[in-house]
Design a protein around this ligand. Structure first.
Ligand code: FAD
Length: 351
């Protein structure tokens, strides 16, 4: 009898596995590659919403946990995942510079927003009003994290790589059983795949498609993340990620010409050097109607749990939300009501 089955091996599933392992719990993972959000993510951890110069939800606190969590994964997996990078917000006008200064004085933000205006020194960039610097930011190589974590699980015989077959899941009095695996509990961490889950598909997960280009630009020579109408994120060897788009209707992982053109149009407003597009990727962010994670226990089936709804900030939210879920299950601590799926229980009983 295992303690847990974990379904899904994106940022949510990995953070569950890590929390279980650190606490001496046994588990087995079932995952496929039907969802791609963690695989294609830009991987930025940045607490500031750069459109409005406000703090993202709980971001100050979440930032405390982010580096220690990914450092632990680096040590366990023997790979480099955390790349500290400063984020430079390109100003479009004097008014924006002023709004930035006002924001930099506000409690919480003053730790992250530098009060110096940085003049543009990169001839490949058009930025007459300069930049504001966000501090303590960086990028997690999420694709490498998934690859290395998968190899780690495979070496320890802890992964079945397949589409989860709900017909083979049996809910018993005190435990669950799936294709010969018996476990006390099962946690679904399936990202947008939640839509196919007959137990949790009542939850209001909308899904927002995002696309990114990877460009090769030998003359760009930029070491910081540049945020203008799109981000450019240094990827090493003259490669840069450019993104991302936000689309609410199309729920496929297929890159589109329309989004490619949108990204190229926006990029052309500030990048002035030559480049070529070498790749184009897409994934569905697991976004929720009220923009909060989905964490907790099924309203009727006490052995079923969910960890989802990380939206566009999975890197920051995963360590916090998985710890919340673990403390709730194992120590009986109440979940933060903002993330507890109990807020949608009425909806479940209406269906
Ligand atoms: C273009 C783009 C850029 C982004 N950039 C950033 C960024 O810079 N910083 C940031 O923090 N976040 C970013 N995000 C958001 C981030 O990717 C998500 O918040 C996060 O990856 C969600 O993780 P998850 O594990 O919940 O879901 P997913 O990554 O979708 O993982 C779910 C896993 O479950 C598996 N699965 C699903 N259904 C089943 C099933 N039935 N059977 C078996 N396995 C199943 C999937 O195949 C997948 O492996 C970005 C997202 C996109 C699309």
């Amino acid at each position: 009898m295992l303690d847990y089955i974990v379904v899904g091996l994106g940022l949510a599933g990995i953070s569950v596995c890590d929390t279980l392992e650190r606490n001496g719990k046994t588990f087995h993972v079932v995952s496929d590659a039907s969802q791609q959000a963690s695989q294609v993510a830009g991987g930025l951890y940045n607490p500031v919403i750069l459109k409005r110069f406000t703090m993202a939800w709980k971001a100050g606190g979440l930032m405390e946990a982010v580096r220690p969590f990914y450092q632990q994964q680096e040590e366990k997996l023997g790979v480099t995942l955390d790349h500290p990078l400063r984020v430079l917000r390109r100003f479009a006008s004097i008014e924006e510079q002023n709004t930035w200064f006002e924001a930099a004085d506000r409690p919480g933000l003053e730790r992250f927003l530098s009060t110096k205006i940085l003049p543009n020194q990169n001839p490949a960039l058009d930025a007459p009003f300069g930049f504001g610097e966000v501090m303590h930011t960086g990028r997690i190589d999420t694709a490498l994290l998934i690859k290395a974590y998968r190899a780690y699980l495979e070496q320890n015989d802890l992964l079945t790589f397949e589409n989860f077959d709900f017909g083979a899941l049996h809910l018993l009095e005190q435990h669950v059983s799936y294709k010969g695996i018996e476990a006390k509990r099962i946690v679904f961490a399936c990202g947008f795949g939640l839509k196919q889950n007959p137990y949790f598909n009542y939850l209001p997960l909308n899904g927002t498609k995002g696309e990114l280009l990877i460009i090769k630009a030998p003359d760009f020579k930029e070491e910081s993340v540049i945020k203008s109408s799109v981000f450019t994120i240094p990827w090493g060897e003259d490669l840069y990620l450019v993104g991302a788009t936000y689309k609410w209707k199309d729920k496929t992982n297929t890159p589109t010409e329309e989004s490619k053109n949108e990204l190229l149009d926006k990029l052309s407003t500030f990048l002035k050097c030559d480049f070529e597009v070498v790749d184009h990727v897409a994934g569905i962010r697991p976004t929720v109607s009220d923009r909060r994670p989905l964490v907790g226990q099924h309203p009727k089936h006490q052995n079923l749990y969910v960890l989802n709804g990380f939206g566009s900030r999975g890197v920051l939210i995963a360590p916090y939300a998985s710890q919340q879920l673990f403390s709730f299950i194992e120590d009986g601590q109440a979940l933060d009501p903002e993330i507890d799926i109990q807020r949608f229980t009425k909806k479940h009983f209406r269906n």
